[in-house]
Write a protein that binds this ligand. Structure first.
Ligand code: DGL
Length: 268
């Protein structure tokens, strides 16, 4: 039995995983959170499988130097490419984003047509179609790599009144809506920032956020196994592999608050 006060370790290639942290904080305010953003190597989504696996192992090895009660792969790219490697290398309860988002999409689609927006590596891995078909074998899944979206969000361009955002999103969304999808998975943890912009362009489509579903699945599991931390006064620490100030800037957008000393740059 793990110590309930131990950290929940969360990692992503950059700031995207903070969308998962935000939901964890809202749903489980007592949890102690340790975050690692591999900002020296973001984006992962355009890299080879080999590199994504190597980076992910290094990220988790760093987090595993602390006392963790569970690990969240808050990165669809790492979850789709490196999950099995991480499960082999580390003896930790590992949670991800692909399974909870797939389950939700399969549950709520009415016409069985589901669109996936994700990074190139996530799309190449076929992780979403495979997982969704476990829950709904007859689903039609249309996946689209959207490589322009992570750099956009990392540069704090995500608002629905931003014309650049609108033009890029429209071009991507048209390639999915032409299939008649009624459900769209935001299959990258950077994308929830674009939620308003996406929803305003496709108001009739149900949107699934992999970040929200991931935090919810974690909460359900910790509740079930009596692992929720019941002591108030949570601690959060953030580590990055590149400039801490740049991450602080981004974090204020993702978390709606300013971070200070709790962000540290480390080499992994
Ligand atoms: N936020 C990550 C994801 O969920 C990674 C994006 C990237 O680094 O390309 O896929």
């Amino acid at each position: 039995m793990k110590n309930k006060n131990a950290y929940i370790g969360v990692f992503d290639s950059g700031a995207g995983g903070l969308t998962v942290v935000k939901h964890i904080e809202e749903m489980m305010p007592n949890e102690n959170i340790l975050y690692f953003g591999d900002t020296a190597h973001v984006p992962y989504g355009t890299k080879s499988e080999k590199q994504i696996k190597e980076f992910s192992v290094n990220d988790v090895a760093f987090l595993n130097g602390f006392e963790l009660k569970s690990l969240v792969i808050a990165c669809n790219t790492a979850d789709s490419v490196a999950r099995e490697t991480l499960m082999k290398e580390f003896d930790l309860p590992i949670y991800g984003v692909i399974d909870p988002a797939s389950r939700k999409a399969a549950e709520i689609t009415k016409n069985g047509k589901i669109g996936i927006m994700a990074t190139t590596a996530t799309v190449r891995s076929d992780a979403y179609p495979k997982r969704i078909h476990r829950y709904k074998p007859d689903a039609e899944v249309y996946s689209l790599a959207c490589p322009l979206l992570v750099p956009l969000v990392e540069n704090r361009r995500y608002r629905k009144d931003d014309q650049v955002v609108t033009i890029i999103l429209k071009e991507y969304l048209d390639q999915l809506t032409c299939h008649g999808i009624d459900t769209l998975v935001l299959g990258c943890t950077h994308y929830p920032l674009l939620l308003d912009a996406v929803q305003s362009l496709v108001p009739d489509i149900q949107i699934v956020s992999s970040s929200y579903e991931s935090a919810l699945a974690l909460k359900n599991s910790l509740e079930k196994t009596h692992q929720l931390n019941d002591e108030p006064g949570s601690v959060r620490r953030f580590y990055v592999s590149d400039d801490a100030d740049a991450f602080r800037e981004n974090a204020s957008v993702f978390l709606h608050e300013k971070l200070g000393k709790e962000v540290e740059q480390v080499s992994v």
